[in-house]
Ligand binder design. Structure first.
Ligand SMILES: *[C@@H]1O[C@H](CO)[C@@H](O)[C@H](O)[C@H]1NC(C)=O
Ligand SMILES: *[C@@H]1O[C@H](CO)[C@@H](O)[C@H](O)[C@H]1NC(C)=O
Ligand SMILES: *[C@@H]1O[C@H](CO)[C@@H](O)[C@H](O)[C@H]1NC(C)=O
Ligand SMILES: *[C@@H]1O[C@H](CO)[C@@H](O)[C@H](O)[C@H]1NC(C)=O
Ligand SMILES: *[C@@H]1O[C@H](CO)[C@@H](O)[C@H](O)[C@H]1NC(C)=O
Ligand SMILES: *[C@@H]1O[C@H](CO)[C@@H](O)[C@H](O)[C@H]1NC(C)=O
Length: 393
């Protein structure tokens, strides 16, 4: 009895100073690496500039492990929007405008903040094609290059030459439009790596749902249809889906593609994804009623009817999730947090208790699944949308 108490006390004493010393505002700034040689193969950003990424090399027993994380940032669906995107201040259409990147969350090199991936080779892939790395077309009049599919191949090949061809583990992920990229290009990534490599895919906030909006229409599916047509993406979407799905552009939706994905895949997503609520379920078009504008912004103001619609969205989301299958085939960490893109945020990734589900952080969930052999399903029971952040910033 006293022995156990003594042990408990010493464990607490040992842990306390360590956890207090964790600096969750820590980051590491990583420079850009360009791939000028990709230009001659037509693998270019929207404006014709070379593709780019950031790399922080792995060390020790992580030196042969690779995490490739794809940036998000929406899509462009018209010539005008894509032309505008070439001038985007974050470089979403041009590597001429890109800047260095702060690595945090799952990209951090700090063991306490990122216990599973801190010593892996960590790559942040810049998103500059506007079509989730699926396009292969060119507009000579406006000089717009829709070459996402070629950019993806060029970046992966460049990384293979930097040691990824000897990888023990290789995990591709991304957030939002980058999370969708990771799903749509998951088997393609697998095909570039040698058979001995343990290849897996993950998607953070990339599981966009094909669902009717509050107008009773599929406005978002029409948006996806315009993206797929403009970028010439159909040929580069997973063939197992496009061979049967009509219209083929529905194969831009994870729920129709994932049943055909042969590589293990992990989903981090909220069933109340803040972006999906705001842009897919209740988009600010056609004079969206002010009551919805308010409810979207602050769910405590939603009426009982609106809460029912939100809950309906969550149920549709949960029923569109993939089946687990055998081995480590599938994994998921599904919260009810009003959030979008969480794995790069230190507080969400492995710090704030508000983001734990079943007492696991998303770092522990994805980390253990990515090198493990079993599937994993963690779904928050809470039926209402939640504000999860509890640590004051
Ligand atoms: C925490 O990390 C930030 C960013 O790297 C740094 O500026 C700051 O000095 C660190 N604080 C402590 C107490 O180490
Ligand atoms: C162009 O992009 C800026 C933000 O980058 C936006 O404010 C503006 O409305 C866009 N214009 C068009 C025509 O899409
Ligand atoms: C990295 O974060 C620091 C502190 O928030 C900020 O001052 C700096 O501009 C950031 N750098 C980049 C490249 O985003
Ligand atoms: C892969 O490993 C072999 C043997 O250690 C080495 O010769 C080769 O250069 C490595 N390849 C890359 C791309 O690092
Ligand atoms: C959104 O909600 C916040 C508080 O939650 C409030 O301060 C802000 O005015 C609201 N914005 C709109 C456009 O309603
Ligand atoms: C699981 O494995 C068994 C035996 O290998 C196979 O028959 C079955 O189809 C697999 N189930 C799934 C869902 O993949």
């Amino acid at each position: 009895m006293y022995g156990r108490l003594y042990m408990l006390v010493s464990v607490l004493i040992l842990l306390a100073p360590v956890s207090l010393a964790v600096n969750y505002t820590y980051f590491k700034t990583v420079d850009l690496t360009y791939i000028p040689s990709a230009v001659k193969n037509g693998a270019v950003c929207l404006d014709g500039s070379p593709p780019a990424y950031h790399i922080d090399r792995g060390v020790g027993d992580g030196a042969r492990n690779w995490l490739v994380f794809i940036e998000g940032g929406g899509w462009c669906d018209t010539t005008e929007n894509c032309l505008n995107r070439t001038k985007n201040i974050f470089g979403l259409g041009s590597s001429k405008i890109m800047q260095a990147k702060n690595f945090t969350g799952l990209l951090s090199d700090n063991q306490q903040l990122n216990p599973y991936f801190y010593n892996w080779n960590r790559v942040f892939v810049r998103y500059c094609d506007g079509g989730s790395f699926t396009g292969n077309s060119f507009d000579p009049v406006n000089k717009l290059h829709y070459k996402g599919s070629k950019v993806f191949s060029a970046i992966v090949k460049d990384l293979l030459g930097k040691g990824m061809s000897n990888a023990t583990n290789a995990l591709i992920s991304g957030c939002s439009a980058g999370g969708l990229s990771a799903i749509l290009n998951c088997d393609k990534f697998r095909s570039f790596l040698p058979p001995h490599t343990n290849v897996k895919c993950a998607s953070d906030a990339g599981y966009f749902l094909h669902v009717k909006d509050v107008f009773g229409e599929y406005n978002y599916a029409n948006f996806y249809d315009r993206i797929v047509k403009l970028h010439g993406s159909t040929k580069n979407l997973p063939k197992a889906c496009t061979s049967s799905m009509r219209p083929r552009s529905l194969c831009f939706y994870p729920q129709y593609v994932v049943p055909h994905v042969e590589t293990p895949l992990f989903l981090i997503n909220s069933a109340y994804d803040a972006y999906q609520i705001g842009f897919i379920l209740a988009p600010s078009i056609n004079n969206l009623p002010q009551t919805w504008e308010r409810c979207k912004n602050d769910t405590t103001t939603c009426s009982p009817d609106q809460i029912e619609i939100l809950k309906g969205f969550r149920s549709e989301f949960l029923s569109a999730l993939p089946r687990l299958g055998n081995g480590s085939f599938r994994g998921m960490f599904i919260s009810s947090c009003l959030a979008h893109c969480q794995s790069q945020l230190q507080l969400n990734w492995n710090w704030d208790p508000g983001f734990r589900i079943e007492d696991k952080t998303m770092a522990e969930a994805l980390g253990s699944w990515s090198t493990g052999r079993s599937s994993l399903q963690i779904i928050a029971g809470s039926e209402l949308p939640k504000i999860c952040l509890t640590t004051p910033l």
